[in-house]
Design a binder for this molecule. Structure first.
Ligand code: C2E
Ligand code: C2E
Ligand code: C2E
Length: 89
């Protein structure tokens, strides 16, 4: 990629998230709901989150950020682009 390419974004698919079983997706769903509430951003189909938030989520899920990103891609809540966002971790 060009050095001027924008940093890849972590974009949560909120519709997909809502379809997942609570035992898996519960912590992520609560985290996303907290960010939506803090922003007052309630009507989106997707939610862009901070790279730092993936570190916090990795602690919550007791996984490395890279492993957790793969899991979220498997669940369909992040797209494959997200891999590039955690390369620098
Ligand atoms: P804050 O971190 O003090 O950010 C204040 C305001 O700066 C935000 O208001 C937003 O308008 C802007 N801002 C800060 N960082 C970014 C950024 O990376 N991108 C963009 N587009 N804007 C940014 P906002 O959105 O009303 O958020 C209010 C507060 O809610 C934030 O205060 C923060 O404490 C929390 N928050 C919102 N979204 C996130 C998030 O994705 N992750 C985390 N950890 N906290 C968030
Ligand atoms: P983008 O970042 O590629 O986002 C494309 C569309 O995805 C957005 O269209 C919006 O419908 C949705 N989207 C992405 N992240 C969020 C989110 O956290 N919450 C919600 N509710 N929707 C989200 P939209 O709003 O028309 O924005 C078009 C483009 O304008 C964005 O493309 C981005 O390039 C820019 N933009 C909009 N808001 C911000 C912002 O807060 N910060 C920055 N840097 N760019 C923004
Ligand atoms: P974005 O708005 O396109 O911001 C891209 C990156 O620019 C952010 O990556 C962050 O490194 C930097 N940045 C943008 N605005 C600010 C700011 O006000 N303060 C600081 N310290 N840095 C800023 P990051 O943190 O990974 O966030 C990724 C995306 O998550 C942002 O893309 C935005 O769409 C969303 N986001 C993050 N925090 C907030 C927030 O507080 N409020 C809102 N509305 N969106 C946020």
């Amino acid at each position: 990629p060009s050095p001027l390419a924008p940093a890849p974004k972590l974009v949560i698919d909120l519709e997909r998230l809502a379809q997942l079983p609570k035992d898996k997706a519960g912590p992520l769903a609560r985290y996303a709901a907290t960010i939506q509430s803090q922003r007052g951003d309630y009507n989106g189909k997707v939610l862009s989150i901070r790279q730092e938030d993936l570190r916090s989520l990795a602690v919550i899920y007791d996984r490395s950020p890279v492993e957790l990103t793969e899991e979220f891609i498997n669940w369909g809540v992040l797209d494959a682009e997200a891999r590039r966002a955690v390369e620098s971790f």
